[in-house]
Design a protein around this ligand. Structure first.
Ligand code: NAG
Ligand code: NAG
Ligand code: NAG
Ligand code: NAG
Ligand code: NAG
Ligand code: NAG
Length: 642
């Protein structure tokens, strides 16, 4: 090794050893007394409803279904420095219900696994194992199995077993010996304790919330080999043509046994103290030698590759035409700013997508390409993902993930009339998701993006009612000869910040204003501008008026019937007002909004009286400013390559 390389590697080693989480193992503990979408990932058919996680399909059973829920943060069980493997202990309540008791199966499992994205097959595979790759997933699981699968040597259709990397249980017991019938539909609480010092795993079950003395399953086993590295914990379940529902009601988990925390950064400090400033200087000089250009080159190559892989693909016009029944009117699911949106069903793959078709092919071209270039470069779980595009026959088509629950405005105003009202936990998760994606657009993605058309009609809801921001269409609206306001539909007016209406300049803060209006709509269930007997009522003014009289909580959506936490409702209403402050300098950043929603920052004071603003007239509308932040489109080349 050449000295330069050696030094660099050494520096790298210090870097790694100071930031690698493995050296700073701490006991982990978390407790979900009910669930929100915070800190968990739902895979497959799992869903969240009223704070409870359903792992298999609630609707259209009997079918086969598999679902997984995973705690997002990986857990460290092994601390290399102290050579300690943590013990763990978890408690959760679940229920297994059957709409049709004669059609049962298959069961659920609690698992620990190095993977966080694996969804196995339905049927006897419990959502843990892929039926075509039986050995691909690594896991330690406790199965609560309600079906007799002979090919996994199951003893009966009511057993609790320990599985490692395979569904053939190492040991399985029938909990009926302790009076527990897994399929009874009762809420069952399970405790799973692993003590690494005793090399013992025990599972307890009860219909009550008191832990019984005697375990249902007790196995002498050393799990330390399976707990190296980063481990994810979660649940999976499956059905096979049955009507069984698997629900997790609450869940707590802890690791136990690591030594008391060391002050962080001690290692680095120690190394530098020993090595001394001279050595540090040498390292720096050596690093300086490393051509910065070279580093840049490497980084560019890497990101280029990553984008190629993730890049949306080109679709054939023929394929899209047949998937939408020749753009049949029965397939229309909406009208975006720049065209009609169709539901497409691809027979060959059995998948569904949304296809957006430009209304005016020649006018729409730059607009579509702008949307394509912006959205193709973005990745966030709260964005509607672009699958691909098609430019053919003078038409421009964009293909997106299909959002089964439609748009937020439909859900807030129309669906509720049909009897399905969005509950409070979903509403809260939607505003958090939206804050998260706007933080990303404004501050975290490479090319800062101002969406400038945030409204409930552009917030779509996926199968789990997670918010997905869509319609980046406005990027292309800004033709040089049009004033931005004149081209906006009336439905958008209520979302526009006063300074935007005045000067026509979109900034992050105008997005924040629109977000504030959406947050208020979600809390109040009222449109931004509503006709009230004789006059038009502006939502922001209305809520602010209630705030002035100390009655802000009265703004809460009446249809919720008080089913919300008053603290959370008040917080969201006040946050909505802070964002919709007429004075843009007073509005928080989206990052701040997200922190407040996640209880990582305290709420902001909202003046009792709505501030009034006076504009100095005569400032020209600067259209160049409006357009410029979108013209810097770097992602076009990636699209052509793939
Ligand atoms: C969610 O994760 C954050 C850190 O990522 C943590 O501070 C918070 O306590 C977690 N919440 C729950 C309920 O586990
Ligand atoms: C770590 O501990 C295990 C027993 O818990 C022991 O077998 C092993 O030798 C130890 N390793 C080191 C590097 O001390
Ligand atoms: C899985 O974990 C990796 C890093 O460990 C993370 O980047 C990724 O977002 C996780 N995926 C999910 C679905 O949580
Ligand atoms: C199982 O693995 C195959 C091959 O990787 C994959 O195509 C299939 O989708 C997987 N099945 C499930 C249920 O994940
Ligand atoms: C978990 O949920 C079950 C069923 O709703 C309930 O009986 C139990 O008390 C809950 N446990 C905790 C610790 O919240
Ligand atoms: C971890 O838990 C053990 C026992 O519960 C305790 O003695 C230790 O101080 C904890 N370690 C840390 C880092 O909190």
């Amino acid at each position: 090794m050449r000295p330069r390389k050696l030094l660099v590697s050494f520096f790298f080693f210090i870097f790694l050893s100071s930031f690698n989480p493995i050296v700073s193992a701490e006991n982990v503990t978390f407790d979900f007394s009910s669930f929100t979408l915070r800190n968990i990932t739902l895979l497959g058919d799992s869903y969240l409803r009223n704070g409870i996680i359903g792992l298999t399909k609630a609707l259209d059973v009997p079918t086969s279904s598999a679902g997984v829920v995973i705690y997002n943060n990986p857990i460290i069980f092994y601390d290399r420095e102290s050579n300690i493997t943590a013990s763990f202990s978890t408690r959760f309540s679940f229920s297994i219900n059957n709409v049709n008791p004669s059609s049962f199966g298959d069961g659920l499992a609690f698992f620990l696994s190095p993977r966080n994205r694996t969804l196995g097959s339905s049927g006897g595979y419990l959502g843990l194992v892929n039926s075509s790759q039986l050995t691909s997933n690594k896991f330690v699981a406790i199965e609560f199995d309600t079906r007799l699968d002979l090919h996994f040597n199951d003893p009966n259709e009511n057993h609790v077993g320990l599985d490692i990397d395979s569904l053939n249980s190492i040991r399985a017991e029938d909990p009926i010996l302790q009076g527990i019938d897994l399929k009874s539909g009762n809420s069952i609480t399970a405790w799973i304790d692993y003590k690494n010092d005793q090399k013992k795993l025990r599972v307890y079950l009860s219909y009550s919330s008191f832990k019984p003395e005697k375990p249902v399953l007790s196995v002498d086993i050393d799990l330390s080999d399976y707990l190296k590295g980063l481990i994810y914990v979660g649940f999976s379940a499956s059905t096979e043509g049955s009507t069984e529902l698997h629900q997790i009601e609450n869940w707590s988990f802890e690791t136990i046994g690591f030594l008391p925390a060391r002050p962080s950064g001690k290692r680095v400090g120690l190394v530098f103290a020993i090595a001394g400033p001279t050595f540090f200087g040498v390292v720096l000089v050596a690093l300086g030698y490393l051509s910065v250009q070279k580093l840049r080159g490497i980084r560019r190559q890497m990101s280029f590759k990553a984008e190629l892989v993730a890049c949306p693909r080109e679709f054939s016009y023929k394929g899209l035409k047949s998937a939408t029944k020749g753009f049949h009117s029965s397939r229309i699911i909406g009208h975006g700013a720049f065209g009609t949106v169709y539901k497409a069903f691809f027979k060959s793959s059995g998948t569904i997508a949304a296809v957006k078709r430009s209304r005016h092919s020649h006018e729409g071209k730059t607009e579509f390409l702008a949307e394509l270039s912006i959205i193709a470069g973005l990745r966030h779980k709260n964005l509607v993902q672009l699958q691909g595009w098609c430019v053919e026959k003078g038409e421009l088509l964009l293909v997106y993930d299909f959002m089964p629950n439609g748009s937020l405005d439909k859900m807030l105003y129309q669906e509720s009339e049909l009897g399905s009202l969005l509950d409070w936990s979903h509403r809260l998760n939607i505003v958090i998701g939206l804050a998260s994606v706007l933080t990303y657009l404004h501050q975290e993605c490479e090319q800062r993006v101002i969406h400038r058309d945030i409204k409930t009609g552009n917030v779509l809801l996926d199968g789990n009612f997670k918010a997905r921001l869509g319609d980046f269409g406005l990027a292309k609206l800004m033709d040089h000869d049009k004033s931005p306001v004149s081209t906006l539909t009336a439905g958008t007016m209520g979302y526009l910040a006063p300074e935007y209406l005045q000067y026509g300049k979109a900034t992050e803060k105008t997005d924040v204003y629109s977000y504030g209006v959406v947050a208020l709509e979600v809390a109040c269930g009222r449109r931004p501008i509503e006709r009230d007997d004789f006059k038009m009522v502006n939502l922001v003014d209305w809520v602010w008026g209630l705030h002035t009289y100390g009655k802000i909580i009265e703004a809460a959506d009446k249809r919720l019937n008080g089913k919300f936490k008053e603290e959370e409702m008040r917080k969201l209403l006040l946050l909505g007002l802070s964002c919709a402050n007429p004075d843009c300098a007073e509005r928080p950043s989206m990052r701040k909004v997200l922190q407040i929603l996640n209880d990582e920052a305290v709420s902001l004071d909202v003046p009792k009286i709505k501030p009034s603003l006076s504009f100095s007239s005569g400032l020209p509308l600067n259209l160049d400013d409006i357009v410029s932040d979108y013209m810097n489109s770097s992602s076009m080349c990636e699209i052509r390559i793939s």
